[in-house]
Design a protein around this ligand. Sequence first.
Ligand SMILES: Nc1ncnc2c1ncn2[C@@H]1O[C@H](COP(=O)(O)OP(=O)(O)OP(=O)(O)O)[C@@H](O)[C@H]1O
Ligand SMILES: [Mg+2]
Length: 325
Amino acid sequence: MAIDLETPWVEKYRPKDFEEIVSQNIAINNLKKFVSKKFDMPHMIFAGPAGTGKTSCALIIANKLLRGEKYYRNVMELNASDTVRMKFVREKLKDFVSQNMILTENELKMVILDEADNIPKTVQQTLRRIIESAPNNVKFILMCNYINEIIDPIISRCAVFRFVNLPKEKIIERLKLILKKENITIPKAKEKEFFEALYFISAGDLRKAINALQMAVALELLEDLDINELLKISGFVEQSLLDQLKRSIEEKNFKTARELLYSIDFLDSRNFIRQLMKVVPDLGNQKNFYYFQLLKCFGKVDFRISQGADERIQLTALLAELINP
Ligand SMILES: Nc1ncnc2c1ncn2[C@@H]1O[C@H](COP(=O)(O)OP(=O)(O)OP(=O)(O)O)[C@@H](O)[C@H]1O
Ligand SMILES: [Mg+2]
């Protein structure tokens, strides 16, 4: 059987049932109970990092409760970008929620709202009133990465389920399952290193891990498995460059360190920070005190970049700090 590279594996292996959702046990157990109550199910918020199963869970629930054509009639899926316009939210959502045709008044209706944390606060207020006045057969599922971006009156009307980053074993387990189903084998000698690298790339985001895996297969990196290539295509710098950088930091050679930084073609600064952070503990002669100081710097620089600060300037400052703490 030829390897299937046409369909994205993240979709092909999207869990179809709760049993397939990896990890997230607490959330899932509670979810199952709520879903069995149907009309008495509360509105819900799924909060947590990317690629941990939120959308998958929402789709599972909707499919369980509304099968076949009912699904198309009674489920409304929206994204934050649809809802930026207040008018849209008012009209579309209100229509959907309040229009109880003879056909649907005894049927459950669901509104699945993705990226709810990106909805402007004023629109959230409108949304809150719609949720408040929704009849009992209409249930909302809101999804977000950052729950603190959702206004309190909405939170207090919903049951909140927290999704967490997946642990290493669970990610690797899922990747192995996919490989098995695709009939692909990894050279035994490199297996451990390969999965470790995929996990590092994913940082607990299963979508990222699966995408990196499919990319490795598509680019035929498995033959004589080159972990550096894998890192590179996933937006990380190769180990040899990190080693050189480490040496220049130890030798307190700022000029070389900066040149190395500027030699990186496609710099993903936050990925780079994660890689650099792994180097710190084995820098020679670092006293504990400096180690903690440095970790604080990593935190600050990462935050500033997330807020839009100039990446090269921030990373250069970080190198300076590493060299001269
Ligand atoms: N807990 C999980 N169990 C099994 N597969 C998962 C899990 N989390 C993510 N996946 C895989 O990753 C893909 C993306 O997951 P999903 O869309 O549910 O993530 P999400 O939490 O909604 O992320 P985002 O915040 O980016 O929207 C799924 O199609 C599935 O293949
Ligand atoms: Mg999602």
